[in-house]
Design a protein. Sequence first.
Lengths: 87, 412
Amino acid sequence: MTKDECKKLVLDIIADIAPDEDLSNVKPDVRLRDQLQLDSMDFLDIVMELRKRHGIEVPEADYMQLASLDSSAEYLTPKFQALAAKK
Amino acid sequence: MKPSRIVITGVGLTAPNGNSLAEFRANLLKGQAGIERIEIRYMGPQLAGVCHYDPLKYQKKKEVRVGTRAGSISIYCAREALADSGVNLETLPKDRVGIYIGCTEHGNVETENEIYNISKFNYDTKYWSHYHNPRTVANNPAGEASLNLGTTGPAYTIGAACAAGNLGLIHATQMLRLGEVDFAICGGVSESIHTFGIFAGFKSQNALATHEDPHKASRPFDKARNGIVISEGGALYTLERLEDAQARGAKIYAEIAGYHVNSDASDYVLPNPARQAECIRAALKRSGLQPADIHIVNTHATATPMGDIQECEAIRGVFGEGCPDTHINNTKSYIGHAMGAAGALELAGNLPSFDDLTVHPTINVDDLDPQCALPGLVLNQPKKVAKVDTILNNSFGMLGINSTLIVKRFIP
């Protein structure tokens, strides 16, 4: 899994939890909350969907890592890779 | 001191056979029922009344995803009622608007969904939604409406089983008279068709209707009736004190004439005709009306074999033979039993009678049960009548809660 693929997976989740948002121009280096209507419950949704869809756990202490697409990819890509290696 | 006169100035609804009062009424006069067969989790196809309003008319997709069906129905009905009332929400003092919504129950749908969800994950509760609590709190439908409307006055639900729709209107009347609010949005909603539990519960009670033709399944007063058709729906009204409504030149549908609520204190599920009759009489007394003054009695009858007979006994006891201008009908024969919305929807379906002087019939009566053969029963065809000045609406519920609401033609 590349970082770009990882960003795409996160965007797929956001598309489902924030269906009114236009995701065509999300800036990867800008905090998601600064460019999309996302609240704390939505971030819990991202965490839940990562768990449900991909078996990825994000502990509460690491929630800040999901602030932007870039930071999400930085944080999640190794986790996806570790998961793939186990399979 | 004389209590304030309270009037209905707006109606918003969604029923299985109509998403506005005009559409609903047209179908009631056409004899058009709205029952279909839907898939119920664990049970397979079941008969149900499904509403086909557009949730996105007033909600964002995210609101629909995060909220509940009861919340969505409440928002749709509240917005429709406000639009119908002609009130500009922006000019209303937001803290003086009360939202009072009757519910049979709330939280079953959302809880069942979550249990089903975690069943896919070996019942590991870490997959349980963080939305579970805001979705299942008992005030959810009213709370979602206040969030959507931005009103900051009291917004809560009234749990009153299948009497709840009437209770919403009654409670709003009381709050307006107490001066707690200046404008009320009230009535009842139900999302019951989305919980298998209510279907399974009625089935276990041998009280779930079956019929090859879905539209013929809900048949109060017919000899072959065999139970309830469960429906979703909602009807919310705007209520105001008469002087406020007149000051803004509002259209007035009707005036609240009187009401009563009592309890059987006799059984969990079996109705009690003596207490029902007491409830009707007490509502008449509060209204200053005699039985013969009532022109339409809208029955609660749900098409269970015993329940219909018992309500007929109560009505016979109050109205007897000496009420030649009293006509009796039933709306569940079209839309099934909309639970917490039933009383509010059924009142709405009859309100246009003040203008068109027509009583909508009870449909699906092919063979009238002699024990339900009340004088004045309007069967299968609408009836033109000389006068409609009063409508009495009965709604009864489990644990023995009875409610009667009487509205009258507005005469300044």
